[in-house]
Write a protein that binds this ligand. Sequence first.
Ligand SMILES: [Zn+2]
Length: 166
Amino acid sequence: MSLDFEAARAVILGRVTISDSGCWEWNLKLRPNGYARVTYKQKSYYAHRLSYMAFNSVFLDFGDSDICHKCDNRKCCNPEHLFRGTRLENMQDAMRKNRLSIGDRHSRLVRGEKSGNSKLKEHQVMQIRAMRDSGTKLREIADVFGIDKTTVSLIAKRKVWRHLNG
Ligand SMILES: [Zn+2]
């Protein structure tokens, strides 16, 4: 796999507006998770990921590292605001920025965000599943979210939070 970096740069630049803070904010519709996706040559990419690849002239496969935001602005595609990290580093980075709240270690019931007795947010559940699906160890995920391995396992196996697709 490779990419026509120059053409991809043009695609990105044609769809962003530069904000006061220097973020290149995506002009088009965002996904429910706050990130932008873009189709380029019949393939779908996260816009910030495509931008990182295009401006750094590097192609990343799906299993490769995540592209994280220094600016914490998910719709930003400014390659200067992006860095490579593993999925785990990305999560730890998010925690440092307090985007993720740490769950109660003894919380057992993880029924849904609206039930009021759950410390996990829906996007965290999706992240736990994505991490598990990509092979991250239960222990590592449990540490990142401050929950026990059993809960991680139940979430990953879709035994709880079943109403969430993903
Ligand atoms: Zn930015």
